[in-house]
Each structure stands twice: as C-alpha cells, then as structure tokens.
Design a protein around this ligand. Structure first.
Ligand code: 3HC
Ligand code: NAI
Length: 699
C-alpha cells in the first residue's frame, strides 16, 4: 500500500483509510493508494464492498494544488474515478469535514455517499481559475440537475450535508464516526443486495439554451472565464458520449491551468495563507485580548468596534461628547442589525452585545483596564498626539496603543507616549466590519509581541493581515496615491475620468479610481492635497486644481449626491456629472496642454506600470517584506481582480522587462513621476521575477 492509504478488511468490506494531513489533498501517493486498494479489494476473496474514509479533518480537500504546473504523475484523478466506476464492487464514500473539488469527484465515483451532518461538499475550482477536472461538471448534474450543479460549481460554495442530501448528491446523512457509520451503511447495503449504481450511467439533464446559460454566467463573473467554462463542459456532457465529454472537460481544465487567470488565482490562494506567516513572529506569543477600547466612533471607529464585537471582544467606545457617543452607538447598532439580518449573529448575541459587551463613554478613566486601544479620530497629527498622551496616562502597563491613521507617521505618534514599544498602527479599511484587509504597521520601537497581537486580533476578526512599515500611506495608500496620480496625469493629458474607470473596470477592478474616489469621499483627497501643498510640492510635480473646484462647490461624491458622477438616481445608477469635463477642459487650457487620446490598453498599461513601479519601491525599501504582501494588500483592500493575482504577480505574468522599458519611455515625458524603482531595475538585470523574491531569493 502507499504511505497515505491503509487497507483494512472488515468482514465483506474492504476499508481504505486515507491519511494525508492536513486536509487529505489527493496527492499522487493518495491516488496510487486508492487505486491499489481497489485492485486489492477486487482480488481479495469475499470482499463485496469498498469503503473510502478520510482520517483527520476531512474526507478530501481536492486535488493537491502544489502539484499543479508540475509534470503530471499517474494515476491521474479522472482515470482513478473512472476506475472506481468500472469496479464490480460497491464503493461507498463516508464523508466528514470537507469534500471539495477532486474530493467530491472521488465521492461521485462512489456508488453510495454517506455524510455526517457537519460535512460540507463543494466544487471550488473556479476560485483557482479552473473547472472541476475529474468528471465533476458531467457527473454532478446527473444527480442534482443543471441549475443546482451550476450554482455549486460557479460559486464554489460549500454546501452543508443536509442540503446536499436534499439535492440528491448525498444518499444518507448520519451523525457519528465516519468509519463506524460507513461500515454499518456498507453492511446494510450488502444485506439488502443494493445494486451497483454508477453516476455516469444516469441520465444527463439537458438545457434548451446553453449559450444563454454561458452568457448569463459570463456576465456575472467580471472578466473571469472559468465559471462560464463550467457551462461549456456541462454542455459537452449533454451532447457527447460520456468518455468524450470527460476528455472535453479535461481539455478545458488543462487549457485553464496553463492560462494566466489560474496562475493569478493559485498565487492568491497560497499568498493569502503565507501573508500572516512571518519568520520574525515564530515562537512569539501574542498578548491576551478581552477588552478593547476604540477612540472615535465615526465611520471607521464604529466599523472597528463592530468587527471587535462580532469576534467576541468587549468594546469601550470613547467619543468627545454624549451626543457623539450616541451617534457612534447608533452606527454600531446599524452595522450589527445588518449582521443579524444576514444570520451572522443570533438575536440573543445581538442583545448581549448591545446591553453588555459595548460600553460608550466620554471619560478616559473607563479605558484603564483595556488590553488594546485603537484610535480612529480625525486625521490630524495634533489631535492624535493629544489622544495618545491621554491614553498613555490612563492605560494599564502592557496595554497596546494602536492608531488607525491612513497616512500619518506612527513613530511620531509613539514618541508622545512613555511606551513606544507598545504602539503600532492597525490600519483597517472602510467599511471596517466588512473589508478583509488589515495593515499591521510596525514602527521603529514596536515590540514583537505587540506585532504578534496585531496579527492575532486580525485573525480573530477574520481579516487578512499584512505587515507594513512606516511611510506616507504604508503599503496600500502609498501605492494608491501613485496610481491615482498617474490617472490624474492621464486626465490632464486627454483621457476622461469615465474612460479611465471603464478601462480599469474591464481590466477587472471592482470599481474604477474615480468611482472609488466618489465612494470614499472627495474631501479626503482634498485634505491630503492641501496638506501636501502646505508642506511644499516639488516644482517638478504636476498638479491639478479642477478637483478642488468640485469640492469647493460642496460636491464630495456619493455622500453629497455628486462628485465625478451624479448619483441623483441612486448610488448604482451613476452617470457622469456634466460639470466635470468643462472643468477639466479649462484646466488643460490653463496649463497649455493639447489633449491626446488614450486607448483602453494605454490607460491600463500606464496605470498598472505606475502601480507596479511604486509597489517595487515599497518592497525595495522594506515597507512590504515580500511582493506577495503587496499583492494581498491590493487584492483585499483595493478591489484588485483576484484572477490577476495582484499587481506584482501581474507584472511577472506580462513580463517585468517590458514594463521597465515602458516606464523608461514614459520618463521621457515626465522624469520626475516616472523614476524607475531600483528593485525593478535589479530584477530585470538579474533576469528574475517578483516570484523569486517571494521564494526567499535576493537580487
Ligand atoms: N492542495 C494542497 N494543499 C492544500 C489544499 C489542496 N487542495 N487545501 C489546503 N491545503 C493546504 C493549505 O495551503 C494550508 O497549508 P499551510 O498550512 O502550509 O499554509 C493547509 O492545507 C491548511 O489549509 P487552510 O489553512 O486553508 O485550512 P482551513 O482549515 O482554513 O481550510 C480548506 C481548509 C477548506 C480545505 C481550505 O484549505 C481550502 O479551501 N482548500 C482548497 C480546496 C480546493 O480548492 N480544492 C479544489 C482543488 S482543485 C481540484 O480539486 C481539481 C480537480 O477538479 C481535478
Ligand atoms: P470620521 O470623521 O467619520 O470620525 C472621526 C470620529 O472621531 C468622529 O466621530 C469624532 O467625533 C471623533 N473624534 C474626533 N476627535 C476625537 C477625540 N479627541 N476624542 C474622541 N473622539 C474624537 O472619520 P473616519 O473616516 O472614521 O476616520 C478616522 C480615522 O481613520 C482617520 O485617521 C482616517 O484617516 C482613518 N481611516 C479612514 C478611512 C476611511 O475610509 N474613512 C479608512 C482607513 C482609515
């Protein structure tokens, strides 16, 4: 047998116990072990049934993703599933934990499927830019019909056992030990001479209009192609003999595996898990957290408090006045009502939070027993310093003091306290109880266990936490400022905000930069521009005053009903604000610029070049430790399309050398803005990619 699959004989039943921690991925040794086990059972005298059961946390989490992109190793998963169906024995799968992707496909190769109530099934291949590749697209619809099968495979969702039973995917749901249950079920089937029941021999449902299904799925997937390809593969199942349809599915799977979208998404899968894995924190215990303080209950403070409450922490919210405190409580209550409506918390928990876990105060003394306090007051250094001095005076020794500042210097904030080792940045994104990104900003003196506590808090809140160093805007907002500036330059030179938004939304961004600016509030950028102008702009920096004119008229975007767009017909029905283009024309005229046209490709190329160049500076300066940290920041905080992996994965895919050449050609027009990142130049000179740096290589 193989190292990962044990063969046991229990009366007439051969049991194949799979043990491939942590999640029983179907690696080569598991596939081989299952194949050997089935062959051995067939020649084992008296064996009439085979039970497949997973040890540990899962039945199977699917194909071994680490094998993707490497030379294929026999037996291939589709061949194994075919071989299972061809066996004269009755094969039973007893599922617990997850049965995902290839794991569900193995279950579909069984003739009978049993699950414990907590088991979940799913085909999440679309999240890796793939389709199910071992018969899933043409076996699942035979059990549950086209609509349910398409829903499962195009969303990649995890379906609970009872629901899977109701859909006809699972035959029985029984509580108890998966092995004991499975053995009992196998013996019951044998006792009643249950027939062999092969899924591929069941009738394949048909659709009247496959093209309409394909178009509908494609329209929903924002440029990602794999969900729509599930339809095409299913269609093959309805129109071709089974064996041919299986080859067709395999062909689509392999094409997608070789394509860029799966490269981006597989990078995202592993990076999402690697991002919180920092060597410097190995063996460092986080400090205990029970009681959290939040200063300022505006947009961010209320969201942060909500997130903390939802993760089971107690929160003391401090506001400037009783009225402001009540407004903050109202915002938190509104957020929690949403969580209650979506079933994220029970009515009892909601009541408990509002009456016990949340306290709203105006007196700093109430924060004396807080384990960690997060400040989310106005973005002004002097206000922040005043708050931190007061916190330093009242908070207990060992309490952690955090700032949610977007841009300000955490070292300067820490310097007004007597405990800079306990100070860090915890930069949440709006809305803080929804957005998954958290930048853990490490200042010069921040202690390692304080950093570890930031990561522990993020994990508890279900966030993707990224380590960032101190600079203007940390990782995300610093890069954002640069690519936004690039977009502003393109506007001065002839593009319209609407062309830019459209090009970038077609590239895959959830929203273009000007729609985002309207959502965040144009007043934020206005304040930053005023601050930067007050600090003194470099004379070589290009400036545009037309946006200030929009702000001066009281138009701050969605919240006032007008910005780049007019929202009078609702937030979703955005239409260009007719006042904007004349303002831009006037600005170009004032600056003596003759406008030129930009194609969508040129817009995307410049915008992405600016993003990659700044990202390379951020990595080169150590603000982000690895390229993947930048990628995850943009993915989880800035609506970057997951199927492109992140800006630096995208750069690797399109080629870093070509990008550097473009940056150098743009520098011929503006050598102040387009200064090539030294790291990018070194990578190109060494013939390396950002992925080399992710793997620990240096240049
Ligand atoms: N292959 C290889 N490694 C895997 C894996 C897989 N399918 N699934 C998970 N892992 C690894 C993770 O990378 C992680 O490794 P690390 O500890 O070194 O970072 C470890 O297993 C534990 O994973 P998580 O941290 O994600 O653990 P959770 O308990 O939070 O989640 C899970 C478990 C729900 C199974 C989640 O890992 C998951 O969703 N995995 C991917 C499932 C998937 O996409 N399956 C389809 C694969 S493609 C396929 O089957 C193709 C077929 O159709 C031919
Ligand atoms: P906001 O204006 O909505 O809320 C600020 C709140 O702080 C107000 O309720 C105000 O009453 C309170 N406040 C001000 N001074 C105070 C003091 N001395 N003591 C107690 N309460 C005080 O601002 P917002 O948007 O919530 O921003 C807060 C911080 O979060 C800023 O530093 C901002 O840069 C940062 N941030 C903002 C994001 C956003 O998208 N709005 C995203 C990430 C960070």
């Amino acid at each position: 047998m193989s190292d990962t699959v044990a063969y046991e004989r229990h009366g007439d039943v051969a049991v194949l116990k799979v043990n491939n921690p942590p999640v029983n991925a179907l690696s080569q040794s598991v596939r081989q072990g299952l194949l050997n086990g089935i062959e051995r059972a067939e020649s084992d005298d008296g064996v009439r049934a085979v039970l497949i059961v997973g040890e540990g946390s899962a039945f199977f989490a699917g194909a071994d993703i680490t094998e993707f992109g490497k030379p294929p190793m026999a037996p291939a998963l589709p061949d194994l599933v075919d071989r299972m169906e061809a066996s004269p024995l009755i094969i039973i799968g007893s599922m617990h934990g997850v049965s995902l992707g290839g794991g569900l496909e193995v279950a579909l190769g069984c003739q009978y499927r049993l699950a414990v109530p907590s088991a979940k099934i799913g085909l999440p291949e679309v999240h890796l830019g793939l389709i199910p590749g071992a018969g899933g697209t043409i076996r699942l619809p035979r059990l549950c019909g086209i609509e349910a099968a398409l829903d499962i495979m195009t969303t990649g969702k995890h379906v609970p056992a009872q629901q899977a039973h109701a859909l006809g995917i699972v035959d029985e749901v029984r509580d108890g030990d998966p092995f004991e249950n499975g053995l009992a079920y196998a013996n019951e089937l044998l006792a009643k001479n249950a027939p062999r029941r092969v899924v591929s021999e069941l009738e394949m449902p048909k659709s009247d209009d496959w093209d309409a299904l394909y178009d509908a799925v494609l329209a929903k997937s924002r440029g990602q192609i794999s969900p729509a390809m599930c339809v095409r593969s299913m269609q093959g199942g309805a129109e071709m003999p089974f064996a041919e349809a299986l080859l067709n599915e395999r062909k689509i799977f392999v094409e997608l595996l070789q394509g860029d979208q799966s490269k981006g998404m597989i990078h995202a899968f592993f990076s999402e898990r690697a991002v919180g894995n920092l060597p410097e924190l190995k063996g460092v215990d986080p400090r205990a957290l029970t009681q959290i303080g939040v200063i300022g209950g505006g947009t961010m403070g209320a969201g942060i408090a909500t997130s903390a409450l939802l993760s089971g922490l107690n929160v003391t919210m401090l506001e400037m006045s009783a009225e402001a405190g009540e407004a903050a409580r109202g915002r938190i209550e509104g957020n929690l009502a949403g969580a209650l409506k979506r079933g994220k918390i029970s009515a009892e928990r909601h009541e408990e939070i509002m009456t016990k876990a949340l306290t709203v105060v105006t007196d700093y003394a109430a924060l004396s027993d807080a384990d960690l306090v997060i400040e989310a007051v106005f973005e002004e250094m002097e206000v922040k310093k005043t708050v931190f001095k007061q916190l330093d005076a009242v908070c207990k020794p060992g309490a952690i003091l955090a700032s949610n500042t977007s841009y300000l210097d955490i070292n300067e904030i820490a310097s007004v306290t007597s405990r800079p080792a306990d100070v860090l940045g915890l930069h949440f994104f709006s809305p803080a109880h929804v957005m998954r990104l958290l930048e853990v900003v490490v200042a010069d003196a921040t202690a390692p266990d304080v950093v570890a506590t930031g990561f522990a808090l993020g994990k508890r809140m279900g966030k993707i936490s990224v380590r960032a160093g101190v600079c203007d805007g940390f990782i995300g907002n610093r890069i954002l400022s640069t690519y936004r500036t690039c977009a502003d330059h393109m506007i001065l030179d002839g593009a319209s905000p609407y062309e830019i938004d459209q090009a970038l939304e077609e590239f895959g961004f959830a929203m273009g930069p000007f729609a985002v600016a309207d959502l965040a509030g144009l007043d934020i950028g206005w304040a930053v521009r005023k601050r930067k102008r007050a600090e003194g702009l470099d004379p070589r920096a290009r400036d545009a005053a037309y946006v200030d004119t929009i702000c001066e008229a009281g138009n701050f975007g969605q919240k006032t009903g007008k910005g780049y767009y007019d929202y009078s017909a609702g937030a979703k029905a955005r239409v260009p604000n007719p006042d904007v283009l004349p303002l831009i024309d006037a600005e170009r005229e004032a600056q003596g610029i003759t406008p030129k046209t930009f194609t969508k490709e040129e817009i995307v190329r410049r915008y992405m070049a600016a993003m990659v160049n700044e990202a390379a500076k951020v990595v080169g300066e150590g603000i982000a430790r690895r390229p993947l940290d930048v990628d995850m920041t943009l993915l989880f905080g800035y609506g970057f399309p997951r199927y492109r992996g992140g800006p630096l994965k995208w750069a690797d895919i399109v080629g870093v050398e070509g990008l550097l050449n473009d940056i150098k050609s743009y520098a011929e027009e503006d050598d102040y803005f387009w200064q090539p990142a030294p790291l990018l130049e070194k990578l190109v000179a060494a013939g390396k990619t950002f992925e080399h740096l992710n793997k620990g290589d240096t240049v």
